[in-house]
Design a protein around this ligand. Structure first.
Ligand SMILES: [Zn+2]
Length: 312
């Protein structure tokens, strides 16, 4: 069985010229390709594999991360048209916080304005005291002029994710968002509403958990890991009127992104299986031996799965 991971899937969006997403037309071509090459696992067959009543079966299982509106507006109708189903992994922190998750704030800022412009803005905002001590000299020595969009995008993310002291990270992102977006409105445009999640489940899709705040679980204390898992599931249980197959996927993914504690907490909650990112098929032995770390491919490992940059 091949689990496939998607994030943004949408038609061309000129208002976000530097945004990375899979074009809807390419997504359709990739579904055609999967249908011809491997076929899709039916929901009934999938359930009997999860229940342990059947060995793993060949075919593709589609999964979509982050709860973005693309999934309701573009993916859901496309899957319905083809008689397919998918698993949608949704973080929940943005609904109460009324702010985008930090990972998506960074996508938005870079997507509309591009790396070279955003890094200048950020550089002007940062003072030495806001940087973690060990990175001050490194930061001062960075050259920003003539960086390509890709280089400056990497640098922008590195500044926000590593150089900045943790206490200043939130306020810096708050300030950047205030300057460039109306964030309260953006939350509703960006994510499927809680009611929409219930509707997707009613229309035959599986809704799964993806944490509250999209953290790297391996960096959290055990208590915080527990909160991130249990609060997320509680929210989704309410939104959907009861999840019909509790499942989870790790933010960022990869074996470095979670721990044995994370897997144990998921089992304790009653989560039936969890998805990692690891480019190989899920075999029967995986479902039996380690259901909370099943392998999953990025869609870009297959034809038509490459995300595009509108103005590269
Ligand atoms: Zn994610």
């Amino acid at each position: 069985m091949k689990f496939i991971m998607y994030h943004y899937v949408r038609p061309p969006c000129p208002e976000l010229p530097y945004f990375r997403y899979l074009e809807l037309a390419e997504f359709r071509r990739q579904l055609d390709y999967f249908g011809q090459e491997y076929g899709f696992v039916s929901l009934d067959d999938f359930r009997s594999v999860i229940d342990g009543d059947s060995p793993s079966v060949p075919g593709v299982v589609l999964t979509f991360d982050d709860g973005v509106t693309d999934h309701y507006e573009h993916v859901l109708p496309e899957l319905e048209r083809r008689g397919l189903w998918g698993i949608f992994y949704v973080p929940t922190g943005m609904y109460r916080r009324r702010k985008l998750l930090d990972v998506h704030r960074i996508h938005c800022l870079l997507g509309r304005y591009g790396g070279p412009q955003m890094i200048q803005v950020l550089r002007d905002m940062l003072t030495d005291e806001m940087l973690s001590h060990s990175h001050v000299d490194e930061f001062r020595n960075l050259t920003y002029a003539r960086q390509s969009n890709d280089e400056s995008t990497t640098e922008f993310k590195r500044l926000l994710n590593y150089y900045i002291s943790y206490e200043y990270r939130e306020q810096t992102l708050d300030e950047l968002m205030r300057r460039f977006f109306c964030e309260d409105e953006l939350v509703d445009q960006y994510y499927v509403s809680p009611a929409g999640l219930g509707e997707m489940q009613d229309r035959g899709m599986i809704i799964g958990g993806h944490s509250v705040s999209h953290p790297v679980f391996s960096k959290l204390e055990d208590d915080d890991q527990r909160r991130e898992i249990f609060d997320c599931f509680d929210f989704l249980e309410q939104a959907t009127g009861g999840l019909n197959l509790p499942t989870f996927c790790y933010p960022y993914g990869g074996f470095h992104s979670f721990t044995a504690t994370t897997e144990n907490l998921l089992t304790e909650y009653g989560c039936r299986f969890s998805l990692n990112v690891e480019a190989r098929d899920a075999a029967t032995s995986d479902f039996r031996a380690r259901p909370q770390a099943l392998p999953r491919y990025d869609c870009n490992a297959f034809p038509h799965g490459q995300s595009r940059l509108q103005c590269a």
